[in-house]
Structures are given as C-alpha cells and as structure tokens.
Design a protein. Structure first.
Length: 349
C-alpha cells in the first residue's frame, strides 16, 4: 500500500525532498491539508521564528513591451491607463517608506524601455546613497547581463523574476512567440552569478497548467536554488486573451506554499497580494502555511489603481501608512511579529 499523505509530509520535512511520484501525490491531494501546513509552519518557525518581513513595494511603471497572455500590463491592452513615476516620485516613496520603518524597497515595473540603464542605474545608486542600510530589490524583467551587472554595481541587492513555468511548451502557451523560455532561464542564472539574491516563482492554476508542470517547477528551483520564491494564484484579468479562464485555487496555492517551505526551508516566501485578492484572509492563511514575507504597497495613491496585473487587486485605496497599519494588525492577529529590517535570507550557498 502506498504511504499515507501524512507520512509523505514527514518524509518531505526530514529530507527536504521526495521522489516525483510522491510529490505528485501531495500536489494532487484533495482539499485542505492541515498536517502539511502545520509542518511547513513549524519549519518556518524553526528558521525564522515568528518574524514576518515587510518589503515596501513601489510599482513605478505599468508600461510594458511584453505581451504575456495573462497579464493586464501587456502592451496590447488598450484599456490600461499607463503611468510612470519620475525619479523624484520614486525617491519620495522611499522617503515615506523609510519614515514608516521599511528597510527594503522593491522597485517593480513592466518591461519599460524608458527605464534604460542610463535612468535606472543612477536611481538605484541614489537610493543606496540615501539609505545605505536598506536593501534594494529590482523586479523589472528580462535585461542583458551587462545591464544586470551595472545595476548590481550601482547597489541593487536582490532581483525578482518569476520563471512563470519551467516547462517549455507550457511557457509557450502563456507567452507570444517572441518571448523565450531559454532567455528567462538565462536571466535567472546570470542574476545569481552576479551575486544578487534571486527570486523565482510562478502562478498556481495558470491556464493549461498541470501538476506535472508544478513538479518541473519544483525541480527547476532545486537546480536554481533561489533565495525567494513568489507564488500566487493565477487571477483573471478581463482585458487579456485569458479572460475566459478561471482563477487558480486557494487550497492548491496554499499546498504549494507549504511544499516549497518544506523543500526549501530557508526560502523567503511571500504571502502575495494575489492570495489576498483571491480570499480576504488569503495572506494570513499563506503565513500559516509557511510564508514569511509581505509586500505592502508604497506607490502613490494616485497611480495604485492602474497597476492592474489582474482584476480586483486589493490595497489600491489605502495610503502607505494605512496599508502598514492594516497589515501589522493582520500579522499580529495571525500570531506573528512584524519585522521591517532588511530580512536577508538565512543561508548562503
Ligand atoms: N494573475 C496572477 N498573477 C499574475 N502575474 C501576471 N499576471 C497575473 C495574473 N493574471 C504575475 C506574474 C508576474 C508577476 C509580476 O505577476 O507571475 O511575474
Ligand atoms: Fe509585462 Fe508580461 S505583460 S512582463
């Protein structure tokens, strides 16, 4: 007889790994899997204690030259109201964030040619000059190795670039032909080589996704050894070609978060805004399933509602300070403590 699900969880916890068939069984387990979540939660507790790290997120441009079929920022979306923040605006967001206590800033945007190295490098350098004790994280998509190097030399510490899916043919179903699975992987390995703390990740329940793809995602991440893994449910966006596909499932997303915590005990794992959008208690459930990072929005209120990657995004009507108060209360209520420090990964490799 095959092992029970709880035995598989125990084995995964002990070995940080399982054979393919066992991982597939865990991925496919129906409904909630409390034992899995509790195990992930306790591994997170062993390594990071009850601290939840906060990152100040600045969504500084929603222009994007890519055309991903799932994303509301895609260039073919004529409904999107486009904006980009000036360097002064971005620095003002950092100042607000710093005053609120954040020691990590995440600069996230579409792939916007306006933010060439000539513009981005001095901006990163300026933020590091003003706030040398803070970590700067970039999330601005695929660029050349030379560009990644210049940004790293300017002081960028971390880089978030979800791999989206490790399976080539699935990747090709989510993206137009001009985007390449190889290039995505090249970027991630180069970022690591350059000494960034790297974040990979994926959407759960993206169109055409099967459990065997998620298994490949886990295997790919074992090879990449990222420091952060961003996982949220796929959510529909009405103005994209995928508008007809259903949202990803809550229980599946939570299950993957827990599996990831057990396979990568040291990982920095956000409870994403997408999870909070799918379910009003989604982020808290994410924390209890093993996540340990939250990324409250620091973008100016005037532009918040235009960063419409998916529909019904939460936190678009709150000032930065309100978001912080709300999230801090939620974190404490869920039994965790707020940490606004740099929150580096507790591992070197
Ligand atoms: N639903 C959920 N997540 C999405 N992303 C893009 N579009 C969607 C969507 N419709 C995620 C992608 C991307 C990150 C910035 O947001 O994984 O890497
Ligand atoms: Fe912007 Fe995909 S639409 S990266």
């Amino acid at each position: 007889m095959s092992k029970s699900i709880n035995d598989l969880v125990d084995q995964l916890r002990q070995e940080s790994n399982l054979p393919d068939a066992a991982l597939l069984e865990l991925l496919a387990a129906p409904g909630d899997c409390q034992y899995l979540h509790d195990s992930a939660n306790s591994v997170r507790q062993e390594i990071y204690g009850s601290a939840v790290y906060l990152r100040g997120l600045i969504e500084f441009t929603n222009y994007c030259h890519n055309d991903c079929y799932y994303c509301g920022l895609r260039r073919s979306n004529r409904q999107a109201q486009r904006y980009r923040l000036s360097s002064e605006d971005i620095l003002a967001c950092c100042a607000t964030g710093h005053r609120l206590g954040y020691r990590t800033f995440v600069l996230q945007g579409g792939e916007d040619g306006y933010f060439s190295d000539e513009r981005l490098v001095p901006l990163v350098a300026k933020i590091k000059e003003l706030y040398p004790e803070c970590a700067v994280t970039l999330s601005v998509g695929e660029r050349s190795k030379d560009s990644y190097r210049k940004l790293r030399e300017a002081g960028a510490d971390r880089y978030l670039l979800r791999h989206e899916t490790a399976n080539r043919s699935h990747y090709e179903k989510l993206h137009p032909q001009e985007m390449s699975w190889e290039n995505r992987r090249r970027c991630l390995f180069e970022l690591k080589e350059l000494g960034y703390q790297v974040g990979a990740g994926l959407m759960v329940g993206s169109p055409f996704q099967e459990d065997r793809h998620l298994l490949e995602d886990l295997r790919f991440m074992q090879e990449l050894k990222p420091d952060m893994i961003g996982i949220g449910p796929y959510l529909r966006q009405a103005d994209t070609p995928f508008a007809g596909y259903p949202n990803g499932s809550m229980s599946k997303t939570l299950r993957l978060l827990s599996i990831v915590r057990l396979m990568f005990p040291y990982i920095l794992l956000p409870a994403t805004t997408a999870l909070g959008t799918l379910n009003p208690r989604g982020r808290e459930l994410g924390l209890r399933a093993g996540a340990n990072v939250l990324m409250p929005n620091l973008s100016p209120l005037s532009v918040r509602r235009y960063y419409n990657i998916y529909d019904n995004k939460i936190c678009t009507g709150e000032e930065a300070a309100e978001c912080l108060t709300c999230l801090s209360a939620r974190i404490k209520h869920a039994g965790f403590t707020v940490s606004k420090g740099r929150g580096d990964v507790k591992r070197t490799h």
